[in-house]
Design a protein around this ligand. Structure first.
Ligand code: PEP
Ligand code: MN
Length: 263
């Protein structure tokens, strides 16, 4: 996973998206797939803001076992349908190595969540596939921990990897859910050939800070943004407080693309 062995940028191509450090792509959607109707509605909003990748969790790694755990395969079906109807790709989390074949049937990109960044059997399992992997930085992971996690995937033969900075735990996470490590974006780009994506939603956990942190991520050179959206955040089944409503999302993506053109 080091630039020393792979000096050229790795370019990831999914049916509707080219992901590399020279462009800005948008991955947007609700935290969880909540219902067929809802994901269809959110996919249209995501697309309107220029997203080419639809996100949505069907297997959710919730902090509490009593929180909504996702719709499972039914959610994957709804997500795929919503993406196809809008000419978009799918990114969704796979939590368990046993689920890799199931999730592979529906997704264009595997998401490995922060809580699973060092789930080595999962990393090895996706490393044996040819499907691109969006690897999130663990909330207490150093940059070297993240690089070693990526190496587990690459060692299996799959170098279609993108890295996601989604905020880390620091001594002060009273006002924000995590601390957005914006410098990690150019650092990772120097150290690895992989595209680096910024996830301002999980980084701050508050919708009102998502737009400025998205701007910071783009200004730092991110190859893409992963953002959570919801038309009725108060009723969201997960991560409502950080979801952008459609109008805010549309403004955020316009601003982000404008910043990108300055670079
Ligand atoms: C998510 O993308 O909804 C998610 C659970 O993210 P993370 O793994 O970064 O917490
Ligand atoms: Mn979420």
């Amino acid at each position: 996973s080091s630039r020393l062995f792979h000096p050229e940028d790795i370019v990831i191509r999914t049916p509707h998206t080219v992901i590399d450090n020279n462009h800005l792509i948008i991955m947007a959607g609700p935290c969880s797939v909540e219902s067929r109707e809802h994901i269809l509605k959110m996919a249209a909003v995501a697309k309107q803001g220029g997203a080419t990748v639809l996100r949505g969790g069907a297997f959710k790694p919730r902090t509490s076992p009593y929180s909504f755990q996702g719709l499972g395969e039914t959610g994957l079906k709804y997500l795929r349908e919503a993406a196809d109807l809008n000419g978009m790709d799918v990114v969704t989390e796979v939590m368990d190595d046993e689920h890799v074949p199931l999730v592979a049937k529906y997704t264009d990109i595997f998401q490995i969540g922060a809580r699973n960044m060092q789930n080595f059997s999962l990393l090895k399992a996706v490393g044996k596939t040819k499907i691109p992997v969006a690897l999130k930085r663990g909330m207490s992971a150093t940059i070297d921990d993240l690089l070693n996690a990526a190496e587990y995937i690459a060692a299996g033969g799959n170098q279609q990897i993108m890295l996601i900075e989604r905020g880390i735990r620091t001594f002060d996470n009273k006002y924000t859910r995590n601390t957005f490590d914006v410098a990690a974006i150019p650092v990772l780009q120097q150290l690895t050939p992989y595209p680096v994506i910024a996830d301002p939603s999980h980084a701050v956990g508050r919708w009102d800070l998502v737009t400025p942190m998205a701007a910071a991520g783009v200004a730092a050179g991110a190859a893409g943004l992963m953002v959570e959206i919801h038309d009725d955040p108060k009723r969201a089944l997960s991560d409502g407080p950080q979801a952008l409503k459609p109008d805010t999302y549309l403004k955020m993506t316009q601003q982000a693309q404008a910043i990108r053109t300055l670079m």
